[in-house]
Design a protein around this ligand. Structure first.
Ligand SMILES: *Cc1c(COP(=O)(O)O)cnc(C)c1O
Length: 376
């Protein structure tokens, strides 16, 4: 059996080696490393794939969030609401811009922001909401947008874990994750569902005005050449990464199917255990399984992690600590009792190996090791 990894990027590369090598060699040979034709082609391909008007490539998913927030013209002290149960970057950028992060508890089923608690957290200072499509499944965006509209708030979708997921609106329409709010952002970190071979990110919007502002921000706030209209940053996707991404975007739908197949194998197996809850599948979203995360009641997650590790199986606790307990994000401003769901999730979740290259032999081996521990 092939060694089991959380993510197997080497095997994935072997399968697309000739395409990737040709595309990247071409960049080396033309030496157009910055803003070369590959960047424009990938941008156009991704706009088409997502059915969104503007894709703005940038250096990573954290920059994408920061640039999106910078474009909104907010003032220090304005409040931005986001999820307590997410990767730190989502909250970090709010603080970096001297905005006030307001963390909200999540739902126990889909791990995404709790809409009722989100609405209850809105104050006159609230300017934006950042729902996170955690682990590959959309937050309930119709509900988010309805609340945002009523309170006149911007919505930024953190789509770093859910590129390619589809959202089914109540009115029968379908949207790609990241194209529903005012702005969507994503990361092309290697282990993300659409990952490059280094760092990369992108911002999506259907709003022409916001797109123009963000294109300026990624390039030092420049308008006309050498006229600086606003404070910006230097955040670019380089041409080598764009070439890799252009090739991998062509495989993204197959990659999603491969993840969904592995997830179906796991979920079928774990449905037999009373204390194990496989991932919830919402009727309003597909799940692209950036992570396959089980909730297991009455168990020492770390003992499980150690046990399967001793059998050569990696597993991760995403996330072991609620963000409201973190010093960097103003832990003293939050009341621990306001986050019962996140507090409990941090003690019950475990993410199993999930990637595009898992085969049945590996899946069966992982499931049997889990069974051995669960039946002890
Ligand atoms: C990965 C990730 C980011 C940050 O992306 P980077 O490219 O690593 O900067 C932001 N938000 C979420 C939810 C993520 O998973």
């Amino acid at each position: 059996m092939k060694q089991i990894q959380m993510v197997d990027l080497v095997t994935q590369y072997e399968k697309i080696k000739s395409e990737v090598n040709e595309a990247t060699q071409n960049v080396f040979q033309t030496a157009q490393f910055i803003n070369g034709p590959e960047v424009k082609t990938f941008q156009a391909d991704l706009e088409k794939y997502l059915a969104v008007k503007h894709v703005i490539p940038c250096a990573n998913g954290t920059d994408a969030l920061q640039i999106a927030l910078m474009a909104l013209g907010l003032n220090p002290g304005d409040e931005v609401i986001t999820s307590d149960f997410t990767f730190a970057a989502t909250v970090e950028v709010i603080g970096l811009l001297k905005l006030t992060p307001i963390l909200v508890d999540v739902r126990g089923d889909n791990f995404n922001i709790d809409i009722c608690k989100m609405e209850a957290a809105i104050t006159p200072k609230t300017k934006a909401i950042i729902p996170v499509h955690l682990f590959g499944q959309c937050a309930n965006m119709d509900a988010v947008m309805e609340v945002a509209k009523r309170h006149n708030l911007f919505v930024l979708e953190d789509t770093a874990q859910a590129i390619g997921a589809k959202y089914f609106h109540e009115n029968g329409k379908t949207s790609s994750a990241g194209t529903i709010g005012h702005i969507g952002t994503t990361s092309f970190f290697p282990s993300k569902n659409l990952g490059c071979y280094g760092d990369g990110g992108a911002i999506f919007t259907n709003d022409d005005e916001l797109a123009a502002i963000m294109r300026s921000i990624v390039n030092h706030g420049m308008g006309e050449r050498y006229y600086y209209e606003r404070l910006g940053v230097n955040s670019r996707l380089d041409s080598v990464q764009a070439a890799v991404l252009r090739i991998k975007l062509g495989h993204l739908d197959d990659y999603i199917v491969a993840r969904q197949k592995a997830a179906a194998y796991y979920s079928n197996f774990f449905s037999d255990f009373d204390n194990v809850e496989p991932p919830f599948i919402a009727n309003y979203s597909t799940h692209v399984f950036h992570q396959y995360t089980l909730k297991i009641e009455g168990l020492d997650q770390f003992a499980l992690q150690d046990f399967i590790k001793s059998k050569g199986i990696p597993a991760m606790i995403y996330y072991p600590m609620p963000l409201h307990t973190q010093k960097a994000y103003g832990a003293e401003n939050f009341n621990h009792e306001d986050f019962p769901v996140t507090n409990a999730l941090c003690k019950t979740v475990i993410s199993l190996p999930m990637h595009t290259e898992l085969d049945e032999e590996q899946l069966s081996y992982i499931c049997n090791a889990m069974k051995e521990f669960l039946n002890k």
